[in-house]
Design a protein around this ligand. Structure first.
Ligand code: HEC
Ligand code: HEC
Ligand code: HEC
Ligand code: HEC
Ligand code: HEC
Ligand code: HEC
Ligand code: HEC
Length: 427
């Protein structure tokens, strides 16, 4: 569903860079137990992973919660339960014009997007990989031999509809948009690349680790699993990265691999690992001097890093996010995390405290991190002339007078309602 236009326009240059860089492919494994950086050949990299099922044996609590996160769900095989959109008659058609449509169909060999012209089938593509948890939407990839392309139709959750894929021509059915390793790097743990051509990259279909899973944030962990299994009495961890123990900038680098806006790679995709320095792999400018240019989509770090909580305070992503758990929409939990800093004796407290009253502790978020429209993520719904944007929480934490007014009006209405109810009750 994303208008990831920049990945397409940049595609050619990145291919050239990765061709040059692949000859000096260094897989840097940074292990925080003072392991030296190892040099590993590309063919070995898949074997360094254990897979997250292995973690369940010893970290069951974390594993059980993590499978419900958007990170874990962000790329998956094309099972019916993983596809958000409907295949039911009447709900499975996206109409481009009176004679052209794409229909989502279940056939014997899988799920397909089938293009029809004047009622005649002209082209089809199978759903082979699902990208996106479905919280905002999903896009679907199709294998052409060892290459991946994006299918023409995307599911847009806010509207509950199939839509034209973001960045696609509004009136043209397109089946062959190449998917780059950078797209996969942000939406999976590992895809092994086998070659580059001018426009396409080839992948090894047997060497895929779906989801932004444990080993994306903790580094490939086959060595950790082997060691801890062999030495069950050792209660101290070996051969594993705990991002919570990294220096602040290294932790931010890990999240910024995918939440730091547009990065231009200088090394092949999938060579960065948890604990590494991001600027050794990408040229990177997290914050635009003009805040209005930083998109709410995909650049949480850029926005946070111009906020006072970050510049004066030393907040990082994990002050507010427990990434092992799905905490979507739990604004009260997030507000408690604001209060760990913003309370008497610590940082400044809200100037509106008296005006709002005790309910203030339930929701700091709608006033200070309101939802804003993304410029980058917008799709054309069927028949629409203007794209519909996705709404996202801004991470520029500051004072928003208009949003404050909306929240205050809501609070007033709610308290008037409460009073009316109480009166009714008394009668
Ligand atoms: C055979 C048991 C075992 C398996 C399997 C295992 N671990 Fe561990 N892990 C441990 C032990 C023991 C520790 C040290 C005690 C602790 O922190 O819980 C540990 C600690 C950790 C830590 C914290 C390290 C630190 O320095 O604070 C992380 C992160 C971690 N494991 C991740 C993983 C991941 C990811 C997997 C799956 C790929 C995994 N573990 C599989 C036993 C295991
Ligand atoms: C490899 C890329 C990648 C890395 C590294 C990564 N994320 Fe994400 N993150 C994503 C993607 C992709 C999504 C959206 C998933 C979806 O909905 O399909 C996401 C979603 C999220 C969400 C919203 C959904 C939720 O589960 O609550 C939060 C919060 C988040 N990431 C925080 C972090 C933090 C904090 C870090 C660093 C510790 C981090 N991410 C590291 C790719 C990444
Ligand atoms: C998006 C990144 C991300 C993913 C995915 C992730 N972790 Fe973590 N993990 C972290 C961060 C960040 C910390 C440090 C948290 C802190 O210090 O507050 C951490 C800490 C840990 C620890 C140390 C103990 C603790 O509870 O803090 C263990 C063990 C661990 N993770 C295991 C796992 C396992 C197992 C999985 C997969 C089931 C997993 N993690 C998935 C980012 C991640
Ligand atoms: C730089 C990292 C990055 C790249 C590259 C990237 N994405 Fe994303 N994508 C994200 C993050 C982060 C999110 C969720 C949070 C946000 O939007 O800020 C996301 C969200 C999505 C979602 C919505 C998921 C949901 O339900 O919330 C879809 C679908 C998606 N991306 C598809 C793609 C496709 C297809 C490509 C490649 C053509 C791609 N993305 C490239 C980082 C990336
Ligand atoms: C790690 C501590 C920390 C956390 C957590 C934190 N902040 Fe802050 N925040 C600060 C500091 C420090 C300042 C700067 C205070 C000053 O000006 O002296 C600040 C400033 C602010 C400001 C003033 C911004 C401006 O532009 O004037 C607001 C509003 C704010 N925080 C709201 C929040 C909200 C809402 C949350 C939770 C979503 C939060 N903060 C979480 C430390 C934190
Ligand atoms: C001061 C607290 C705070 C900090 C620091 C913070 N976040 Fe968030 N983040 C939130 C809140 C609150 C939400 C909204 C959660 C919800 O409504 O489900 C959110 C939502 C998100 C989302 C989902 C966006 C959407 O609207 O779908 C992503 C992705 C995310 N954060 C990533 C990050 C990353 C990466 C960092 C570090 C660069 C970070 N956050 C730092 C408080 C914070
Ligand atoms: C109804 C909207 C609203 C809610 C809810 C709200 N704030 Fe505020 N906050 C404001 C406004 C407006 C200001 C600026 C007031 C002024 O300057 O007179 C402000 C100011 C602040 C400041 C700056 C104080 C200073 O001295 O510069 C901080 C910090 C802050 N809020 C934190 C919070 C936290 C933490 C919460 C949740 C416990 C919260 N706010 C809840 C609207 C709100």
């Amino acid at each position: 569903m994303l208008y990831h236009r920049f990945f397409i326009t940049r595609h050619r240059t990145t291919i050239v860079i990765s061709l040059i860089a692949s000859s000096v492919f260094l897989l840097a494994t940074c292990i925080n137990n003072s392991e030296n950086k190892k040099q590993t050949s590309k063919a070995d990299s898949f074997r360094q992973f254990a897979g997250s099922e292995a973690c369940a044996n010893c970290h069951k609590d974390i594993f059980d919660k993590h499978i419900h996160t958007e990170h874990h769900l962000t790329s998956r095989p094309p099972l019916e339960k993983n596809i958000s959109g409907s295949f039911e008659n009447g709900k499975n058609v996206f109409v481009f014009d009176p004679v052209t449509n794409v229909t989502m169909e279940k056939r014997d060999s899988g799920f397909y997007q089938v293009a029809y012209q004047n009622g005649k089938e002209v082209r089809k593509g199978r759903f082979d990989i699902v990208i996106g948890s479905g919280r905002k939407g999903q896009s679907y990839l199709n294998w052409l031999n060892n290459r991946l392309v994006q299918l023409p139709i995307t599911y847009f959750t806010p509207a509950g509809q199939w839509s034209n894929s973001p960045g696609y021509y509004r009136n043209r059915v397109t089946f062959y948009r190449p998917i780059t390793s950078r797209c996969l790097e942000c939406h999976s743990t590992y895809f092994e690349k086998i070659s580059d051509t001018q426009r396409f990259e080839d992948f090894d279909r047997r060497k895929i680790i779906y989801g932004v899973d444990c080993e994306k944030c903790h580094g490939p962990a086959a060595a950790h699993v082997a060691f801890q299994t062999k030495n069950p009495t050792v209660k101290e961890a070996k051969y594993i990265v705990n991002p919570g123990k990294l220096p602040r900038q290294r932790l931010l680098d890990l999240c910024a691999l995918c939440h730091g806006g547009e990065l231009t790679k200088t090394k092949p995709s999938f060579s960065f690992q948890a604990g590494d320095t991001l600027s050794n792999y990408f040229t990177w400018n997290p914050a635009d001097p003009n805040i209005a240019n930083i998109d709410v989509h995909g650049n949480q770090l850029g926005l946070l890093s111009v906020s006072k909580c970050f510049t004066i305070g030393s907040v990082t992503c994990i002050n507010c996010h427990n990434v092992h758990e799905n905490e979507n929409n739990k604004v009260e939990i997030f507000s408690q995390r604001c209060i760990t800093c913003h309370s008497a004796g610590h940082e400044k407290t809200c100037k509106m405290t008296a005006a709002i009253g005790p309910v203030i502790t339930q929701n700091c978020i709608d006033c200070h991190m309101p939802k804003k429209s993304s410029h980058a993520v917008a799709v054309f719904l069927q028949g629409a002339d203007v794209p519909t944007p996705s709404l996202m929480r801004t991470h520029y934490i500051t004072i928003y007078p208009e949003d404050t007014k909306k929240v205050m009006d809501k609070l007033k209405n709610a308290s008037t309602l409460m009073k009316a109810k109480k009166k009714d009750h008394v009668k």
